[in-house]
Write a protein that binds this ligand. Structure first.
Ligand code: NAD
Length: 434
């Protein structure tokens, strides 16, 4: 079986390399030829731990190749994993134009039976549209199947998530497609969950929306904690001891971001509303999340009063640790708000600075990017913590205090120990705890 992976973004490149690692012959293709050029030489365009090593090893073994010839790639493949983007559209629904474009391309190059696998996150019933599109545009009477195999990898641990998945969801409607996908994932027979396509598509949106809901739930509890003597970290711990609830995704803070949760939640709201289902539960999840950065800004103002011309260090720009991805990162909204208030910003992130620079270019007056957290805090009136990179919890606070103009920390991820930093003389604000 020859496998094609169309779209070599975060999901596509990991999928291509992961499938090659499972022993398959894989061609990765993307319409951005510069990206393909880089990847073909073992140069990973994103920061993802372990990916560069695995890519290089598979390029060397010859199990993986990359091409910007999309027609040739489709023609050569038996199974095509579609990993293109499904970004948020203007009305909240998923913009399906990349999926439609690839479907037409597959139709035009259908030179034999192929299984078209939706790996991208798509609204329930997308497979019917893909089928209709391929049938409308195909030039031959060749057969094909559409299948769903949603991806659950997490940026920052994408490689191990792909190589050691806790479940593989497969949605199919024919034996032939089922057999081919089962063969691709032969090493994981015990973790396969095979169902119909609509169900598989919905499992992905339902999972992401549920996790987003858990985060908003604990943030709602954090708001309650801030008005009482309760401590949200302890509340989360106590709740998580119940195996029906579980402790994961109960971390109060600046809320969720990234390219998945915000858009997938909104897409599911739109799907539900279009189908006449009241989606208020998820609308509230979104509202609570959107409020997080406003609450955080209020805390900053409570500490600094007037922000105009205040020097502020912002540590952590990526939407979460171990990635350079800034899509929907809380830091973006915060930087925008702080600039609107007239603050002077010193920004630091171990991996995401280049991406943030594209959005907020350095001007050395209001925005300066620095190389270390210590450089960031030099002469500032406050330190804001936005992403819980491990290196931030290992900082030398004695040194930090000596460098800051005012020893004020506003911790949006609760990574510092309140007693410890206060003992060192810092004024310390956090989320849902005193
Ligand atoms: P991305 O934007 O990083 O990558 C998409 C890639 O597709 C880009 O390289 C783009 O050039 C390419 N592309 C677009 N149109 C194309 C076309 N017509 N032909 C060939 N290539 C084309 O997106 P991503 O983060 O990899 O996400 C892809 C999908 O996977 C989305 O549906 C997303 O919701 C889903 N997903 C993402 C994650 C994640 O953590 N990023 C996790 C699970 C699922």
């Amino acid at each position: 079986m020859k496998i094609a992976v169309i779209g070599t973004g975060y999901v596509g490149i990991v999928t291509a390399v992961g499938l090659a690692e499972f022993g398959h012959t894989v061609i990765g293709a993307d319409k951005v030829s510069e990206k393909i050029e880089k990847i073909s030489h073992g140069d990973v365009p994103i920061y993802e731990p372990g990916l560069a090593e695995l890519l290089k090893a598979n390029l060397k073994k010859g199990t993986i190749t990359f091409s910007s010839d999309l027609n040739g790639t489709i023609q050569a493949a038996d199974v095509i994993f579609v990993c293109v983007g499904t970004p948020q559209g203007d009305d909240g629904s998923a913009d399906m134009s990349q999926i439609e474009e690839v479907s037409r391309l597959i139709a035009e190059n259908l030179n034999g039976y192929k299984v078209v696998v939706e790996k991208s996150t798509v609204p329930v019933k997308t497979s019917s549209w893909i089928k209709r599109t391929i049938s409308l545009y195909k030039k031959s009477d060749q057969e094909f199947d559409v299948a769903s195999n949603p991806e659950f990898l997490r940026e920052g641990s994408a490689v191990s998530d792909f190589l050691r998945p806790d479940r593989i969801i497969i949605g199919v409607e024919t034996e032939r497609a089922r057999d081919m996908l089962t063969e691709i994932y032969a090493d994981f027979k015990d973790r396969l969950f095979i169902t119909n396509i609509d169900t598989a598509e919905l499992i992905k949106h339902a999972s992401n929306s549920f996790l987003a809901m858990k985060i908003s739930y604990i943030n709602l509890m954090a708001d309650l904690c801030e008005r009482t003597n309760a401590d949200v970290e302890q509340v989360a711990k106590g709740m998580g001891l119940d195996p029906r609830i579980g402790g994961l995704f109960l971390k109060a803070g600046l809320g969720y971001g990234g390219s998945c949760f915000p858009k997938d939640l909104k897409a599911l709201i739109k799907i539900g509303e279009d189908l006449g289902v009241n989606m208020n539960l998820l609308k509230e999840t979104d509202r609570i999340n959107v409020e997080r950065t406003r609450h955080f800004l209020e805390k900053i103002k409570r500490a600094l009063w007037i922000l105009k011309d205040k020097r502020i260090a912002l540590l952590g720009l990526a939407f979460k640790p171990e990635t350079d991805d800034i899509r929907e990162a809380p830091a973006i909204k915060l930087i925008r708000d702080l600039l609107n208030e007239g603050a002077i910003l010193r920004l630091y992130d171990p991996e995401a600075q280049a991406n943030m620079k594209e959005l907020f270019p350095e001007d050395k007056v209001r925005i300066t990017y620095v190389k270390t957290p210590y450089e960031a805090v030099n002469g500032v009136n406050a330190l804001l913590l936005c992403t819980e990179w491990k290196e931030f919890s290992e900082l030398d606070f004695g040194k930090i205090k000596g460098l800051m103009a005012n020893p004020i920390i506003i911790d949006g991820r609760n990574i510092f120990r309140p007693e410890a930093v206060r003992k060192l003389g810092f004024e310390y604000y956090c989320v849902g705890r005193k």
